[in-house]
Design a protein around this ligand. Structure first.
Ligand code: 13P
Ligand code: SF4
Length: 319
């Protein structure tokens, strides 16, 4: 405990000294989330992380999250220094969508508008017409569908097919998935709901269709936290990374949150309800990168200039 206090103090001091700001995702260690908030940084979903990083005057952003979040920050602000506690923190969606294979897929379907999820590499974004996050993907695809556009979607197949069902858009889907959300199980969720008939079910759309089908609210991490706060219920079943529960409990004190069932438990399943890459962010490596300036995120400027168009389209749409 004394060591943790010392680390936190060091991080607060270094953030000030280096005029840096901490941008954290809801899935990282609760202590990093609290530090981000307390020091004038932000803790939020991927859309808000991108916007906050772009608009903040600090010259250095420390991104506590996964690789694509650091890259998005760099693409939006090439002049800023972007640091990450661990550059190896990636995402199964990003890993499952290599840029060369994705480019070949796009080449086969030149008639389609290319929409990619934020959870992709800079090179994949460079090939896209639009980048979207889970908070706004549905609205953007709806808008494109209304304009008569046919869509090529990558990489998350669950998010893609949920959007497809909601909008009726013509969508060709890349078959990627999130190893964390893929573990939530529909049958077990149904049983758990029977035990808690009063509970409302909050689901992130990276979850399988038979889990999403049972949701009262489907949304991004920020949208799920807002739902926990505003919905008239005291018990919630939550199907997303359990890192979110920290903020949910703060936002809705007195309410009760139950984790949605997964295939295994932490002894048998490495990625059950907690992202192994988000978990690579800790107080220690955060303090170290702030001290040394190591783990800087770089994006090839030519790729960045291509990728920024797809991100800006989303941010303009959201504005
Ligand atoms: P959000 O944009 O909803 O925060 O999601 C990011 C993510 O990686 C979910 O697994
Ligand atoms: Fe990627 Fe899933 Fe981890 Fe989110 S939770 S960063 S989608 S692997």
């Amino acid at each position: 405990a004394a060591e943790k206090l010392e680390l936190k103090e060091r991080i607060r001091r270094l953030l000030k000294e280096k005029e840096a700001v901490l941008v954290a995702h809801y899935y990282v260690d609760p202590e990093l989330q609290d530090l981000a908030e307390e020091t004038g940084g932000c803790v939020s979903d991927s859309l808000e992380m991108a916007r906050f990083g772009r608009d903040h005057p600090a010259r250095t952003l420390v991104v506590a999250g996964v690789r694509f979040m650091g890259e998005t920050a760099k693409i939006l602000s090439p002049e800023k220094t972007i640091l990450m506690p661990d550059l190896e923190a990636t995402c199964s969606l990003d890993l499952g969508c290599p840029a060369d294979e994705f480019a070949a897929f796009c080449d086969q379907h030149p008639d389609r508008t290319v929409v990619v999820y934020a959870n992709t590499s800079a090179a994949v974004k460079a090939r896209a017409d639009w980048m979207v996050t889970s908070s706004i993907g549905l609205d953007i695809v709806k808008h494109l569908h209304e304009q008569g556009k046919k869509i090529l979607w990558a990489p998350d197949r669950h998010l893609g097919s949920w959007i497809q069902k909601q909008t009726g858009a013509d969508m060709l889907l890349w078959q990627g998935s999130c190893i964390v959300h893929d573990e939530f199980k529909g049958i077990e969720l149904d049983l758990l709901k029977a035990e808690h008939p009063e509970a409302k079910v909050l689901v992130h759309p990276e979850s399988p269709a038979n889990v999403v089908a049972q949701a009262d609210v489907v949304g991004s991490t920020t949208q799920l936290i807002n739902a926990a706060q505003t919905l008239d219920a005291t018990t919630f079943i939550v199907a997303t990374d359990n890192g979110i529960l920290h903020k949910m409990r703060m936002a809705a004190p007195g309410k009760h949150f139950i984790e949605a069932p997964t295939a295994g438990n932490s002894a048998t399943c490495k990625s059950c309800a907690h992202c192994p890459w988000m978990a690579m962010n800790g107080l220690k490596n955060l303090a170290e990168v702030l001290e040394s300036g190591a783990n800087e995120v770089f994006v090839d400027p030519a790729i960045g200039r291509e990728a920024v168009r797809a991100i800006d389209r989303m941010l303009d749409f959201a504005a």
